[in-house]
Ligand binder design. Structure first.
Ligand code: UD1
Length: 420
């Protein structure tokens, strides 16, 4: 297990390039099961989660090769319709194979993901949706065992906006017989990326980008190449780093439209933000103003930016509150930030941050992906040396983050070793 050693207090300046979106890749990759053949997935980030998804697909008979940012995927020989616990326990998004397997091969056995590091994350909407599409589903010794001769179009109304359930049901519905209407569908850009890919493969989907998707099932799809959208969470994390420690940082190769909730709040905090076609440039304020945020489904403030925002607000000149309405318990980073000197009190699903606190380096522990990003940001700001342990969490979702930060002027190095 690797750790990061960060010498805090360095000013960030320059340009950072954003990689492809993890959450888009994790949907695009399993979608290739829907039609036999060869695909190129461009701008695929090189991340642990992508490797986990690759291994899962390979265990089903898919072949995958990487050259730079291009994944070549071949789905001619899918011969196993199972997502075993060993993969699913590493990454919950493994459940994305359920829809494509069921739609294309009429069967799927997928391990239930179980809890997450920060709390419960149910998959009931995935299961109920597949049932509504006509699948028979049994839960057997921790596995979802699903079968269907051919799925049948139906109406599905989600009571919660779910990225994963929308993606999974969409992938199932494109090969179902008849029309499926999905109401209260998630409109996250990663879902749009997936839906547009499915259309390129021959799917008939109306309402892409809206909360109502209407899918006219087709008998067959065909392989097509696709480009992964830029990672809006990586971009947002870099913008927060710039607001905390920056002079002027250009976050390049992103889609500014996908970042509007974050850039608007950064402006409220006093940063000067200029939007380009594929970039956002941020000039750090002399003094950060406190800005309270509440997470919401897209286009609201992303829960995946909540931890990083708490770090930012720990350095603001005044109190603020960060409320998470998507995941009520996603606050494992808070006690670690407190160890770095932040003044934060947890009240149910909200963090009340006093702000204006001097962060001082020490050793802290990563507990999950975005929590570790928050700790790295804190380490960049903190006085002296910060060690962030267990950064394998970070490697799940940030491509070469230390190299990108070093290019901006940060002093951060990876130390490899068993004991961390
Ligand atoms: C995805 C993202 C994750 C992000 C999250 C919310 C991927 C691979 N991961 O996760 O980074 O934090 O969206 O933006 O894209 N829910 C249910 N029942 C279900 C499914 C979800 O009640 O069957 C609830 C969840 O508990 C949560 C809300 O719906 O409160 C949203 O979760 P969801 O959008 O499904 O998250 P994921 O797709 O798992």
């Amino acid at each position: 297990m690797d750790k990061f050693v960060i010498q805090g207090g360095k000013k960030l300046n320059g340009t950072v390039a954003i990689s492809g979106a993890k959450n888009a890749s994790l949907a695009l990759m399993p979608a290739t099961i829907l039609a036999s053949g060869s695909y190129k997935l461009l701008n695929t980030p090189d991340l642990r989660d992508v490797t986990t998804m690759s291994r899962l697909l390979q265990s089903m008979g898919v072949t995958i090769a990487r050259k730079g940012g291009v994944l070549t995927i071949n789905t001619f020989r899918v011969n196993k319709f199972e997502a075993p616990y060993e993969h699913v326990k590493k990454m919950r998004a493994s459940i994305y194979v359920l829809g494509p397997l069921l739609a294309r091969y009429g069967e799927a056995k997928v391990s239930l993901p179980g809890g997450c590091a920060w709390g419960p994350r149910p998959v009931n909407l995935h299961i109920e949706g597949m049932k509504k599409l006509g699948a028979s589903i049994e839960l057997d010794r921790g596995y979802i065992v699903a079968k269907a001769k051919r799925l049948k179009g139906t109406k599905i109304v989600f009571n919660v906006s779910s990225v994963g359930a929308t993606g999974n049901i969409l992938m199932a519905a494109v090969l179902a017989k008849g029309t499926t209407r999905i109401e209260n569908a998630a409109i996250e850009p990663e879902i749009t990326n997936l839906a547009e890919f499915l259309v390129m493969m021959g799917a008939k989907i109306d309402g892409i980008g809206s909360t109502t998707l209407e899918v006219q099932g087709v008998d067959e799809l065909h392989p097509h190449d696709v480009t992964t959208i830029p990672d809006r969470i990586e971009a947002g994390t870099m913008l927060v780093a710039a607001a905390m420690c920056g002079r002027k940082v250009k976050v390049d190769g992103c889609n500014p439209d996908h970042l509007s909730a974050v850039t608007a709040r950064l402006e409220d905090a006093g940063a000067k933000v200029s939007i380009g076609d594929n970039s956002v440039t941020l000039q750090a304020p002399r003094e950060l103003k406190p800005v309270s945020v509440t997470t919401a489904a897209y286009p609201g403030f992303p829960t995946d930016m909540q931890a990083q925002w708490i770090t930012l607000m720990s350095c603001a000149h005044g109190p603020s509150t960060v409320t998470d309405t998507i995941y009520f318990d996603r606050f494992k980073h808070v006690p670690e930030l407190v160890r770095l000197g932040a003044d934060i009190e947890l009240k149910e699903n909200a963090a009340v941050i006093l702000g204006k606190k001097k962060l001082v380096g020490t050793t802290v522990m990563s507990t999950d992906l975005r929590a570790s990003a928050a700790l790295v940001l804190a380490g960049l700001k903190a006085e002296g040396e910060t060690e962030v342990l267990r950064i394998y969490h970070l490697d799940r979702g940030y491509e070469s983050i230390e190299k990108k930060l070093r290019k901006l002027g940060a002093e951060i190095r990876r130390v490899s070793g068993e004991e961390f």
